[in-house]
Design a protein around this ligand. Sequence first.
Ligand code: SF4
Length: 471
Amino acid sequence: MLEVILKGHDKFYGVSDVVRMFCGVPEELKDECKVIAPEGPDITLVNELLEDGRSVTHCDGKAYEFKGELLEPGREIKRSLYMALSDITSKKMPWGCLTGIRPTLVALEEQSPEALEEKYFVRPDKAQLAFETSREEQHILSKVPEDSLCVYVGIPFCPSRCAYCSFVSSDISCHMDRLVNYEAALEREISLVAPSINRPLSALYVGGGTPTVLEEKEFASLLDRIYKELKITPGCEVTIEAGRPDTISDGKLEAMRDHGITRICINPQTMRSETLQRLGRIHTAEEAVRVYEKACEMGFDLINMDLIAGLPYENADEHVRSTAKLIELAPANITVHTLYKKRRAAMSRDTVMDLEMARGKLDECVAESYRLLKEAGYHPYYMYRQKDTGHGLENTGFAKDDTGSLYNVAMMSDCRDVLSFGAGGMSKRCFAQEGELIKHRVERCPTIKDALTYIGRVDEMAEKKIQFFEM
Ligand code: SF4
């Protein structure tokens, strides 16, 4: 068992994040000032923060310390611990000692890929990716005013539950009655808050779950209500997540088109029907193509399609083939996710992930997908990491030309305020000191996750948001 003793600091979170990358899920023993990892090697390390701000990790008579520019203490302790664990396990991580979900913010601070490599041990291809993506994020953000607001409307219902799902989303085959009441509550929340909004809206994202799970009439009525109450103007970017192809009908496409919406997400996740079936998604790859072609025919020219690398029941080649098939379809955006597993998911990634992928092919196949995308003219425009993804990899959105989604960038970079409606939504306000490029202080206001409780307490949720935004 690995044991890390903290000395001169109490940054358990940072220590755990680095340990997790090398040795699996750690445990924090705060009374004993240590972090342990039962799956790690039998060794004890002392991770020390010195009074002058430097950090040294001691192990078996060796001292690991970075001799160069000092970082802030939270990063210093992670850096010396990473150096020790990398040496002990003979492993290097693609993102080096960066453990946060937004490597592009560090790229923005550092201003060069080389700095990421030297100071944080980031692999050159990832350093380049973070740097390139951060520049594109800044370009997209520069198109809208700082004080503009992004709005999220969440519908946490799906036609069936995917085996890897970790969201709070209800399967409508069991909860159809709830969906109808939920929509009424959601419309009520929007109408209670909307009159108080006193800022321009730059982006609206209707996500889930799967918003297109609503029946055609209800779906059109929700769009009407959103457009009317929020006074959506043509300059506002509007995206509808129509993630599951089996929920998209001509009628729903028409309703979106009639409202002037052209940005939608159709997410096959893989173009291999056998995988889809085994994952509990009740549609085929062919159905995804059919819906995509229909949407193109109807004039939707900003379509995003999602893929997940590392899905169970498929190997590296099969993932790369899915990327190639999407490239042939040529949607404006393709997002490549890496599978991650949270406790709520029905499956266990470790037991069902293809063995070849689990042994290290995942990193290679993600790199190959990126290569194909770049060759086809796509460039990365937003990126984030999640804990517990395979090999600590990232999720990256690729776009053709200038088609990257403002909402995705604003949401993931914590650079614009977000007002969320619906169960499980997270509203946030982002603050920067004068002259600072990066908004380091983020205040959050969560909405109740459970749909049933949300329905019963919707007035309270609306009031909470009005107060949070001081509207
Ligand atoms: S479509 Fe998304 S939210 Fe719905 S069950 Fe699948 S992974 Fe979960």
